[in-house]
Design a binder for this molecule. Sequence first.
Ligand code: NAI
Length: 332
Amino acid sequence: MAEVRLFSSKAYDRDGFDAANRQHGHDLTYLETRLGPDTVDLAVGAPAVCVFVNDDVSAPVLEALVAGGTSCVALRCAGFNNVDLDAAKRLGITVVRVPAYSPNAVAEHTLALILALNRRIHRAYNRVRDSNFALDGLVGFDLAGKTAGVIGTGKIGTIVARLLWHLRCRVLAVDMYQDPHLVDLGVEYVDLDRLIADSDIISLNCPLTSDTHHMISTDAIDRMRDGVMIVNTGRGALVDTEAVIEGLKSGKIGSLALDVYEEESRLFFEDRSHQILDDDVFARLLTFHNVLITAHQAFLTREALDAIATITLDNISTVLAGGECPNTVDPG
Ligand code: NAI
């Protein structure tokens, strides 16, 4: 049994963690506070901390964690772009993550965004509630027969590609590894330039790396089909937000769905409805009727939360017992 402090935790995290912890008996402390240089003192004395996508796990934070007696940082998510892995290695602190919890959850949310945005469900919902039954401005397109491009066919992108194929889209994909099952299905692996040029819908399902940062740039948008739909459930900085705003203003981009945003750490996961929105770029995005934004909720299903809790506590118990954890993240 060990003390585990869970940063950035919410009410919806507790059920899964409390249930999974019956197997482990750890002393769990749920903190709403985000981990960062100013809050790292809250970890003092805990051998393990558990963090989420927007916690700051930079070198100074890791140094303070080690000084306070922490030896394990457990990410309760798949992505680890918020962790300085080189610093963790240098300091001898083990970083573990949950590589897969429910790729279905994220893939299904991606499809939900595509369908809702295309058929303007977000606008129709508000209109009908206001007794406005006019249909002007709600025209969508048939997905059947359209070309959908999936960038990154890992655990999530593979399911997105399958779902789109079953909706009778022609599906193009970009990845350095080809999934043979997708190839058998009829998905065509192409290079990024071809996917960008030929797709009516582009779904981003690759990780954020130095190679993929701002892959949706002004130059890429210029080469897209007129009226293209872009859907990002990967990581915010895959998209150059200023560039997509220009694309939306010119009409080149027909619609945009985002579950992630490059400056989301200043906004998402909190109720800010009583505050003034001081992010002018995000505020501009909200003015477009053809933009649909959810606040990093693609993972949020009961099944995913339960799996996250189970795997995270298994990871922590393994590391603290001195075992080899298969979900350890190395700098590579
Ligand atoms: P994965 O590691 O199974 O798949 C990622 C795929 O992207 C791999 O096949 C990899 O080869 C490919 N890839 C890497 N660089 C690429 C590039 N430059 N161009 C094309 N493909 C490239 O990861 P998984 O589980 O499918 O997750 C994908 C991403 O989804 C995560 O990195 C994370 O950022 C995001 N995510 C978002 C969530 C949300 O709630 N919105 C929840 C979970 C993950």
